[in-house]
Design a binder for this molecule. Structure first.
Ligand code: DC
Length: 223
């Protein structure tokens, strides 16, 4: 099985690019952020404070999540059998996901699920710690980044298209807060694996990003 790990901060283009690359290569696309978001969503709907580590950890055994691939080939998240793919994208859930993902028990709870997918499929997996923790032996590791302003603009556009608009300054502030939280947490912080290739997408549009990454992957796979 071949695995490609793509890590980086939110809004660098990981999921849109990884989705397209997976299609081109015939690989399974695994969005691990969606898995953390599903935990965040559960905690939110259960009325638990995301700052209450003990309560979050105590809730884990109640959480039944499943990844399912629809006929559209897209990853759907099921929580207790219910499709929550759309709900987990709400900005409030981003905040919950970022908080609960800092707890080592939450990360341990999800580790095997992610590894199992890579054992049974050729995958492109995106997240924050795929190349460093989840799949340290991934065949190809990419660290995708872009300036905070460029990432905020993309997220802002995405929110508007989804019908949940928010002011650009607020989106930028939230991105910076999340970056700060993801980089400075104790467990599995966001960082570039030593053997990852750094790709900066600040000046690249979607097509440009696809070309750079596809070229890089094809060279590596051919090597
Ligand atoms: O990629 P995203 O914005 O959907 O991720 C949501 C949150 O989940 C993000 O704040 C960090 C966390 N996350 C993580 O800690 N590890 C991953 N592999 C993926 C996401």
């Amino acid at each position: 099985m071949i695995s490609i790990a793509i890590d980086g901060p939110s809004g660098a283009g990981k999921s849109t690019l990884a989705k397209r690359l997976a299609k081109e290569l015939g690989f399974l696309y695994v969005d691990t952020g969606a898995i953390y978001r599903t935990i965040g969503y559960y905690i939110y709907t259960a009325g638990i404070s995301p700052d209450d580590q003990r309560a979050v950890v105590a809730a884990l055994p109640e959480i039944h999540l499943e990844l399912r691939y629809g006929e559209d080939g897209l990853q759907h998240m099921l929580l207790g059998g219910q499709d929550v793919t759309r709900e987990i994208r709400l900005p409030e859930i981003s905040r919950y996901a970022s908080k609960v993902s800092a707890y080592p028990e939450v990360r341990a709870f999800l580790l095997e699920m992610q590894r199992q997918l890579a054992r049974t499929h050729n995958v492109i997996m995106d997240g924050r710690d795929i190349g460093t923790v989840v799949l340290p032996d991934a065949d190809i590791k990419i660290f995708l980044t872009a300036s905070a302003e460029a990432r905020a603009k993309r997220r802002w556009k995405e929110l508007e298209e989804r019908g949940t608009p928010a002011p650009l300054e607020q989106v930028l502030r939230e991105i910076q807060e999340r970056d700060d939280h993801d980089i400075h947490r104790q467990t599995a912080p966001l960082r570039q694996a030593e053997d990852a290739v750094l790709v900066d997408t600040t000046e690249l549009d979607f097509q440009g990003g696809v070309e750079v990454l596809l070229d890089l992957i094809q060279k590596r796979m051919g090597a």
